[in-house]
Design a protein around this ligand. Structure first.
Ligand code: PXP
Length: 238
């Protein structure tokens, strides 16, 4: 089975929102990514709509339906949003006000467990596949399975931020064990966060991982790779 790639296009919208402009357009970005072989498109709906807005989500789901994978927190508000636009799949992630990016996997507590499980069930009832973003530890994986998750997305943040080979190897061992346990518990295994062209292969090689969700590194590469063409186009115009 070949590994699938979900391209997170949040930062196309980050660029647009920096100017409150109408471009670059996430819809166009989604079209380009899918055209060249991305398996699906990932967008993260945040409370502050600092990149992807409800309007973006509406358009993306209208045109690409099941190819849209929505990341959002487990609030009633986000549940309503997901049920309104019905993307193909949803990944429930934690969200802290003011964070630069997602800080890690869901922390399952007696207080939030029922909410996460209820949201999982509500989305599944409407045919939406549900993934839970978790750290690679057995307690989180077992909690995700008890919530009835179809998928766990293993958080690769610690791995991607490891600064020594030893630390990186330890993180990879944890991811490998987590992947095996998740499969044993009957869940599909995806992975993402902080992956780039240098560090991605070791995670891609882990037994059981079937999808990788990657955003920042791809959009950052696209900006520089496309710059010569963009400058030439303007020079020609002048
Ligand atoms: N997976 C999840 C659950 C995320 O929250 C993010 C960041 O939005 C990603 C993957 C993608 O991370 P990156 O942009 O670092 O590739």
């Amino acid at each position: 089975m070949s590994l699938k790639l979900g391209v997170n296009i949040d930062h196309i919208a980050t660029l647009r929102q920096a100017r409150r402009a109408t471009y670059p357009d996430p819809l166009m970005a989604a079209e380009l990514c899918l055209w060249v072989g991305a398996d699906y498109i990932v967008v993260h709906a945040r409370n502050d709509e600092r990149h992807i807005t409800e309007k973006d989500l509406a358009q993306l789901c209208k045109y690409y339906g099941k190819k849209i994978h929505l990341e959002c927190n487990f609030s009633e508000k986000m549940q309503k949003l997901a049920l309104k636009y019905k993307p193909g799949s949803v990944c429930i992630v934690p969200e802290q006000p003011g964070e630069i990016t997602t800080q890690g996997g869901l922390k399952f507590t007696p207080k939030n467990f029922d909410r996460i499980r209820a949201m999982t069930e509500a989305l599944q009832k409407k045919g939406i596949k549900v993934s839970l973003f978790v750290d690679p530890d057995s307690a989180s994986l077992r909690a995700a399975a008890r919530c009835g998750a179809d998928v766990v997305e293993l958080c690769t943040r610690a791995y991607s931020e490891a600064t020594t080979k030893k630390e990186q190897a330890k993180c990879l061992r944890e991811l490998a064990l987590a992947s095996l346990l998740a499969k044993e518990l009957g869940m599909e295994v995806h992975a993402g966060h902080g992956l780039n062209y240098e560090n991605v292969l070791a995670v891609a090689d882990l037994c059981g991982v079937s999808c990788m969700n990657i955003g920042f590194a791809i959009i950052a590469h696209a900006v520089l790779a496309g710059l010569p063409q963009a400058v030439c186009a303007m020079k020609e115009r002048l």
